[in-house]
Design a protein around this ligand. Structure first.
Ligand code: NAD
Length: 453
């Protein structure tokens, strides 16, 4: 058995070692989950709903503890980490209503009664990345449990602590033994076993597009259900008629939140040419005002990057001769600090406009008119998120319909809401999470005809 050494990204101190789950242990966990799921699915819907509400209440009692763990393990600012823990509670509360609302259909046919049932799949494997360890996990496990499934959760190697604590809290809240298990370990070992083990009936994968393609190909071998939430290169489109003050004041948080390690980061700002000079002036003030610092400080808005390895990847996009327009500040000394950085690339084919940087680096590109803005926004293999700033309602609607993206926001940068569907077009993903329909994505539709003759 081997262990991962966790490093605090804000000061590079060693936090602790975490044992990695082996393939054999994963198989044992899957067998326990199979057994637990049978009993869980047999319980009455009201009973399952009550159990999920107790789980939510137990999370609520541990918001501060979970937030402190995320500050330590991931370097998230404390205010953001508290929001994340509260979001897990809210996602559980929202889907605690699902067991009693997973209603099928009665369909008119001749000679009898025809009904559909939404049957649980069985065991669901949830694989999550390191950027939002708690929230993304809950988007998978809460609706899956609500639909009558057992769940195995594999956190990312660098950030397992909050997931492990949530696994303990599930047991403290009284969820049946084996129903929800957290298995820290390697993607190539634990995650891959979810893909290859026939008793795991669905894989929910959030992470890079490259690994997502491998997971999808692996799942195809067993025609296994799969949801993919992958990368992004989202556009923030600012028209000259927009409230430029608001657009510039909000643009930094839309890309630098979580130090840019956000699949929805609006990492391309497209600005109508006639407004570029004024927008850049306003943006510079906003970027220089971003409070980058110690994650535990209440005033901090942006913390460090997750690891040295990731820091090196992000830094490769800002070489010495990069077209830097201006930068914000970042602390000196230990920690994986990277200042908010605004680039003005000279070419529309620049790699900073095509590749997901996953750090606090944004590129600004001027555009000529509405058609040019739409063309630029869609000139990417991704299609996850985006924003449109304009005072023209017709244009807001036209551009929203024309941009190939799963989640758009007009005159705002709405973050993820648990009550609305979330997911990507093109290579940003497959399927949707959250919203009113998510629990049914963890079911199979069964049709039964009952003859009246
Ligand atoms: P990653 O693909 O390297 O890893 C994601 C998870 O997959 C980890 O738990 C990892 O251990 C596991 N994994 C790795 N190899 C595997 C394999 N062969 N089989 C099964 N599992 C495997 O991604 P990352 O670097 O942790 O996360 C960053 C990426 O996640 C970015 O591209 C980001 O855009 C994306 N992301 C997407 C969303 C979304 O909702 N669309 C949300 C957050 C992050």
């Amino acid at each position: 058995m081997s262990a991962t050494t966790l490093i605090n990204p804000a000061d590079e101190s060693v936090i602790r070692q975490v044992e990695q789950t082996t393939v054999e242990e994963t198989d044992v966990a899957i067998a326990r989950a199979v057994a637990a799921q049978v009993g869980w699915a047999r319980r009455s819907p009201a009973d399952r709903a009550a159990a999920l509400r107790r789980f939510a209440a137990t999370i609520d009692m541990h918001i501060e503890q979970l937030a402190a763990l995320e500050v330590l393990n991931s370097g998230h600012p404390i205010g953001q980490a508290r929001w994340e823990a509260g979001h897990v509670r809210d996602v559980l509360t929202y889907y605690s209503a699902a067991p009693e609302r997973l209603i099928g259909q009665q369909i008119p046919v001749a000679g009898g009664l025809d009904v559909t049932f939404l049957e649980p799949l069985g065991v669901v494997g949830v694989i999550v990345p390191w950027n939002f360890p708690m929230t993304i996990a809950s988007w998978g496990f809460a609706p899956a449990l609500a639909a009558g499934n057992a769940v195995l959760l594999k956190p990312a190697e660098w950030t397992p602590l909050t997931a492990m604590r949530i696994g303990e809290l599930a047991v403290e809240a009284g969820l049946p033994d084996g129903l929800f298990q957290v298995l820290p370990g390697k993607g190539s070992v634990v995650g891959n076993r979810f893909v290859t083990h026939p008793a795991v009936r669905k894989v929910v994968f959030t992470g890079s597009t490259a690994v997502g393609k491998q997971v999808m190909a692996g799942c195809a071998q067993q025609v296994k259900r799969v949801t993919l939430e992958l990368g992004g290169k989202s556009a923030n489109i600012v028209f000259a008629d927009a409230d430029l003050e608001k657009a510039a004041a909000t643009a930094p948080s839309a890309v630098f939140e979580n130090a840019g390690q956000d699949c929805c980061a609006r990492s391309r700002i497209l600005v109508e040419r006639s407004a570029v000079d004024r927008f850049m002036e306003l943006l510079e003030t906003a970027v220089k005002g971003v409070k980058v610092g110690t994650p535990g400080d209440e005033a901090t808005e942006m913390g460090p990057l997750i690891s040295r390895e990731h820091w090196q990847k992000v830094a490769s996009y800002v070489p010495d001769d990069a077209a830097v327009a201006f930068r914000g500040s970042a602390p000196d000394g230990p920690g994986f600090w990277f200042p908010p950085t605004v680039l003005l690339p000279t070419s529309r084919s620049d790699r900073t406009l095509r590749e997901e940087i996953f750090g606090p680096v944004v590129s600004v590109v001027p555009f000529e008119d509405e058609a040019d803005a739409i063309g630029l926004a869609n000139a990417t293999d991704f299609g996850l998120s985006g924003s449109i700033f304009t005072r023209d309602v017709g244009r807001a609607i036209r551009v929203s319909r024309a941009v190939d993206s799963g989640n758009l926001s007009v005159n705002s940068h709405s973050s993820v809401r648990y009550s609305t569907p979330f997911g990507g077009f093109k290579q940003s993903g497959l399927g949707r999470e959250l919203g009113p329909d998510a629990a049914s994505a963890f079911t199979e539709t069964k049709n039964v005809f009952i003859s009246t003759d």
